[in-house]
Design a protein around this ligand. Structure first.
Ligand SMILES: Nc1ncnc2c1ncn2[C@@H]1O[C@H](COP(=O)(O)OP(=O)(O)OP(=O)(O)O)[C@@H](O)[C@H]1O
Ligand SMILES: [Mg+2]
Length: 249
């Protein structure tokens, strides 16, 4: 059965697009058929896969399937890294119903094992659509108080979706990103993190994604870090995280 995974956190810059890209590319390297969906009008994930969304017609993006119910299969773009339905800059102002994405993805499921959805730093209709269409969530977070405090707000949205739109939605875990190994997790932050995970009925992944310059470099060159610098330490982090994610299936 196709697994739909959304990477979500309304806080900006916590590593959502980066984690989406890794998760998909690592799963692809393990033999899964992977499709990316870029739901963020910023188009960062599309960019990382070598796609400039400003050059695309609406019909070549997720915009038309969401707003007009057109065949999302026609918007699939094959890139060197994986297949993607790119974002559109017009998504932010799009008027879409809660089940639009869910409906758009349904006919694509037979062709893919995993669909990875990257989301914008909001709690907008786009995010509601992603949560409604998903089986599981990965929540990237930084190990700081503001970052963790914001997860309470995210929890309310997740619970609202579970109650009204998608009762089978689960949270795979909270993933610490841009992690600085030289800084110990203070007891206060650690407790906040554990409490937050508990209140979300989920866990914190044992793996942490360290802060690594190689990531910024690979993204600037629109490359897959797993191929760009396969022996770097952060690639080990990514594989350890994906091992944990895969075990839950
Ligand atoms: N582990 C890491 N080490 C170093 N830099 C990282 C790491 N993860 C992400 N970054 C960098 O941090 C910035 C933000 O990451 P990213 O775009 O993935 O976050 P985001 O949550 O998707 O942001 P937004 O909320 O704007 O969509 C990017 O410049 C990215 O290259
Ligand atoms: Mg992003």
């Amino acid at each position: 059965m196709t697994k739909i995974i959304t990477v979500v956190n309304q806080k900006g810059g916590v590593g959502k697009s980066t984690i989406s890209q890794f998760t998909g590319n690592e799963l692809k390297s393990r033999g899964y058929k992977v499709l990316f969906i870029d739901l963020d009008p910023q188009g960062n994930l599309s960019y990382s896969l070598g796609v400039n969304i400003l050059e695309l017609e609406n019909s070549q993006t997720i915009y038309e399937p969401l707003t007009n119910g057109t065949d999302a299969g026609k918007a699939i773009l094959k890139t060197e890294q994986a297949d993607i339905i790119p974002a559109s800059q017009f998504l932010a102002s799009a008027d879409i119903g809660n089940f639009a994405l869910s409906n758009a993805l349904e006919p694509l499921k037979s062709a893919y094992d995993v669909i990875i959805i990257d989301t914008p730093p909001t709690l907008s209709t786009l995010v509601i659509n992603a949560l409604t269409a998903s089986d599981a969530l990965v929540i990237p977070a930084l190990a700081d108080a503001y970052s963790l405090q914001g997860l309470g707000q995210l929890r309310n949205t997740i619970e609202a979706v579970q109650d009204a739109l998608n009762p089978s939605l689960t949270i795979a875990g909270i993933l610490l990103t841009k992690y600085d190994k030289r800084k110990v997790l203070t007891r206060t932050i650690y407790k906040m993190l554990k409490d937050t995970a508990e209140s979300l009925n989920t866990k914190v992944f044992d793996a942490k994604i360290r802060d690594a310059i190689a990531i910024t470099e690979a993204q600037a060159m629109q490359q897959d870090i797993l191929k760009y610098d396969p022996h770097t330490n952060v690639v080990r982090d990514i594989k350890a995280y994906v091992n944990e994610l895969e075990k839950e299936w």
